[in-house]
Write a protein of this length. Structure first.
Length: 260
């Protein structure tokens, strides 16, 4: 499926490749197993899963994602997640207990707690995981969910986290408590069913007419770079107001991440 990913993103970046996108969709549907799953914890399966998510993202970017393709992939990955969950002894639904009804926002707290997923408020200064800072959101989730939540121990599945926020940023983070929920949420994210809006204070004066930024982005080092190479990316903007501090211009902008 790797060659289909490359072809899908190339076609998604072109406005003259609709026939190619239709062919890729038909080919992808043929390659999705109907009901037989092999070792869903193998590196081969994880690579296949990442590839089909990348295809979904490419079709979403091109606004050509069909219900048939999305439904087939959605059913398949949730089935795979259920198969992984079944390899663990049943211990009941993981319940996050670290809810703070009156948060000071110096520490994380649970905003929404469901049997298979939760939403966490991340304060500034906290990292999701990777141990680059002392304050780790992963440690909070492990303590809150307890030993019954197996996915939080699994680095190969991002410890259940759906996405990230930079350490200085604050905001909501979605985390899965089961593999089925993780695959379900990742599919929703790639298909554009999960909206991510951020309030950003920018240096400089962002033009009010600027409504979106589209640029190819790739990772060369630890910082994403836009040089005309890489995968297409798109971010929507809404300029709220402008301000000035001393000699510096500032812009308050609402940003919606569509890719990346």
């Amino acid at each position: 499926t790797e060659e289909l990913v490359v072809l899908a993103w190339s076609a998604a970046a072109s406005s003259f490749a609709q026939d190619c996108l239709l062919w890729i969709q038909d080919e992808m549907l043929k390659r999705i197993p109907s009901n037989t799953l092999h070792d869903v914890r193998s590196e081969e399966w994880i690579k296949y899963y990442q590839d089909i998510l990348a295809v979904i993202w490419a079709y979403k970017f091109a606004d050509t994602l069909s219900r048939r393709l999305l439904g087939s992939i959605w059913d398949f990955v949730k089935l795979a997640g259920r198969a992984i969950d079944s390899t663990f002894l049943p211990v009941g639904a993981a319940s996050t207990t670290a809810r703070n009804s009156c948060p000071d926002f110096c520490h994380p707290f649970i905003v929404l707690d469901m049997p298979d997923r939760c939403v966490i408020a991340k304060p500034p200064g906290w990292e999701i995981h990777n141990d680059h800072t002392e304050c780790q959101l992963l440690s909070f989730v492990r303590a809150a969910a307890g030993s019954s939540c197996q996915i939080v121990q699994d680095a190969g599945h991002s410890h259940g986290f759906l996405h990230r926020l930079d350490v200085p940023s604050s905001g909501l983070i979605i985390a899965a408590k089961t593999y089925e929920a993780y695959y379900d949420l990742q599919t929703q994210l790639r298909a554009g069913r999960v909206l991510r809006d951020y309030l950003v204070l920018c240096h400089g004066q962002v033009p009010e007419s600027l409504s979106h930024v589209s640029a190819p982005v790739y990772w060369r080092t630890a910082t994403p770079t836009s040089t005309g190479q890489g995968k297409p990316s798109r971010t929507l903007l809404n300029v709220i107001t402008h301000a000035r501090h001393l000699a510096s211009a500032l812009s308050l902008v609402v940003v919606r991440i569509e890719t990346g």
